[in-house]
Design a protein around this ligand. Structure first.
Ligand code: GZL
Length: 312
């Protein structure tokens, strides 16, 4: 927070005539849609020409988009990397063209962190830990079989949210992770996988909780649980991540129990970091971290109201 408000006037002026290419993953979740709409608002505020390329969740489309932005000679490139590996070559081409790259909301596996100026992301391991610690506290020592809906295979949030949750429940022998599968961060897949978990676990009676790596898969799971004749939020505890309006609606209806916030405004701090870098060479920290606050049903209605018009 200190860094981003240290933006100099020169930085603000530099922003005004910048063109930035944004290789966006797609619109797999409500959160992703909000990130796109918020990045447009933030660009508008700064007079930045933002060109967004939707990759339909395919890495090859992101690589094509990045190459096109390089050919256009944009001032900077933002990437939300759909998976963590396979970026060194194309980001090396951006580096050779002296175009700064900023990673948004996900990170990459690379030995060469000079390939990007900074990464604006939450601590996704911590998000998983917050979810695990909440569940441990909620069940208070009672036996609890958990099923997990993982995000996109190979993406940094899916890898890290699993890691954080596993570490948090490791010291609670009463909590057992009995099934874990990817729902690819989407409502449809989240529902399908939850239906298979319910079928495999005694019609759902054997399931005490669902941990979903994002709220969209959790909303699909809620539908599956209700169609199986069970009550999500009471028969089965529901904890997930993103803090999208629809999870707050579910909480207000007693169908979800906890969510961990992920701000959709990753682009704002990224714009400011690039503007300062362009204006006077200010090098930002390699990681600009956004916060991960836990939300419970007691504030659900107010949080729903606060988010419902943000383009989720
Ligand atoms: C996490 C972000 C994830 C969201 C999902 O930082 O990359 O991608 O949690 C989205 O909703 O699909």
């Amino acid at each position: 927070a200190v860094f981003s408000c240290a933006l100099s006037f020169a930085g603000a002026a530099a922003a005004a005539d910048m063109t930035i290419g944004f290789s966006q993953i797609g619109s797999e979740s409500g959160w992703r849609a909000a990130e796109t709409s918020v990045s447009k608002i933030e660009a508008e505020k700064r007079g930045i020409d933002l060109k967004i390329a939707d990759a339909q969740q395919k890495q090859e489309n992101q690589i094509k988009a990045i190459r096109s932005f390089i050919a256009q000679g944009v001032d900077a490139i933002f990437v939300a990397p759909v998976v963590a590996t396979g970026w060194d070559d194309v980001l090396g081409e951006a580096k050779d063209a002296e175009i700064p790259v900023v990673l948004l909301d996900r990170t990459i596996d690379t030995k060469d962190d000079s390939l990007y100026l900074t990464a604006v992301t939450s601590d996704t391991v911590h998000e998983g830990a917050v979810a695990g610690e909440w569940l441990a506290k909620e069940v208070a020592g009672k036996d609890c079989n958990v099923v997990e809906l993982q995000g996109t295979v190979g993406s940094s949030p899916a890898i890290n949210r699993k890691k954080g949750f596993d570490e948090a429940i490791a010291s609670h022998s009463n909590i057992k992770l009995i099934r874990s599968q990817t729902g690819d961060f989407t409502r449809t897949k989240g529902k399908e996988v939850m239906e298979s978990f319910i079928k495999a676990e005694g019609g759902g009676k054997n399931i005490c909780a669902v941990y979903a790596h994002n709220d969209d898969m959790q909303i699909g799971a809620i539908q599956a649980i209700k169609e199986a004749g069970l009550k999500p939020g009471t028969d089965i505890l529901m904890v997930s991540i993103d803090a999208v309006p629809d999870i707050f609606k579910a909480m207000a209806d007693g169908e979800a129990n906890a969510t961990v916030e992920l701000t959709p405004n990753m682009a704002g701090p990224a714009f400011d970091a690039v503007a300062a870098f362009k204006a006077d060479g200010t090098v930002p920290p390699k990681w600009i971290q956004t916060e991960s606050k836990l939300y419970l049903p007691d504030t659900a209605q107010a949080e729903y109201e606060a988010r419902k018009d943000l383009g989720y």
